[in-house]
Design a protein around this ligand. Structure first.
Ligand SMILES: [Zn+2]
Ligand SMILES: [Zn+2]
Length: 117
């Protein structure tokens, strides 16, 4: 395989990975974390919380600390378990119902989604 082709493929894979890990325009932090952790797992840090913050709420500098104070002390899955414990029981990842204000860390209302479905 030529070096150029390998580099091109590598760039494409990197771009695809970025797209897969981008939070949706109206995706709330909770749904984003659940989606990322079910796809890619938790690496023991707040990498997904930080990524959501950087892309959706870049001015919310204290977001990670806020999540830590609310019980998500060490990593993203703790944020889900302790900060957003009321996720509906389901074996699948539910699509985010969307937040009214992009970048809001308030979780969307998944029940309203289900009622209308
Ligand atoms: Zn974790
Ligand atoms: Zn959501």
């Amino acid at each position: 395989m030529g070096g150029n082709l390998a580099a091109a493929i590598e760039a494409e894979v990197a771009q695809l990975a970025r797209r897969l890990t981008d939070p949706g325009e109206r995706e709330c932090l909770r749904c984003y974390l659940i989606r990322m952790i079910s796809e890619f797992g938790c690496d023991g840090t707040h990498r997904w919380t930080t990524r959501w913050r950087d892309l959706r709420a870049p001015r919310a500098r204290g977001l990670v600390q806020r999540m830590q104070r609310r019980g998500g002390c060490c990593c993203d899955c703790e944020v889900i378990f302790n900060v957003f414990p009321d996720y509906p029981e389901t074996r699948e990842v539910l699509p985010c119902a969307g937040v009214s204000r992009a970048g809001s860390a308030v979780p969307c209302d998944l029940r309203s989604l289900r009622r209308s479905a």
